[in-house]
Design a binder for this molecule. Structure first.
Ligand code: HEC
Length: 104
């Protein structure tokens, strides 16, 4: 019964998630890739990598930049006009990027 419930949840949640990823990718390409890289691997030395980052973390940081709770001149300006659904889409995109890690 529980499994059936999760199956049902996946059926309604996954298409929404895929849409968010696609929309987030387009937005990120225009608004974020200059600094955070086209695949979320930062292209600026002082910008953090976002590829594979947890969606919850990314959206929380964007909300904090938007409200001013987290202060950074550049990110405060970038996050200010973002809507809640744009934040959800951007977080979905960056979290969907697959990352592999190799120890030195
Ligand atoms: C002009 C360069 C620039 C652009 C464009 C930019 N960022 Fe950033 N971003 C930064 C820098 C620099 C930081 C580190 C800020 C700090 O120290 O808080 C940062 C931090 C972040 C963080 C926090 C990451 C962490 O590890 O805590 C997130 C999330 C983020 N950016 C998302 C985005 C998104 C989404 C976009 C596009 C809508 C974007 N950024 C566009 C430069 C940029």
């Amino acid at each position: 019964m529980k499994n059936l419930f999760f199956f049902f949840l996946m059926c309604i949640a996954l298409p929404g998630f895929a849409d968010d990823v696609a929309a987030g990718r387009l937005k990120a390409e225009v608004a974020c890739s200059l600094c955070h890289g086209p695949n979320g691997v930062a292209s600026l030395p002082n910008a953090p990598h976002l590829a594979g980052q947890q969606a919850i973390y990314v959206s929380e940081q964007l909300r904090n930049y938007r409200s001013g709770k987290r202060q950074n001149e550049v990110m405060n300006m970038i996050a200010k006009p973002l809507t809640d659904s744009e934040i959800t889409q951007l977080a979905a995109w960056f979290s969907a990027i697959k990352v592999t890690v190799e120890s030195p």
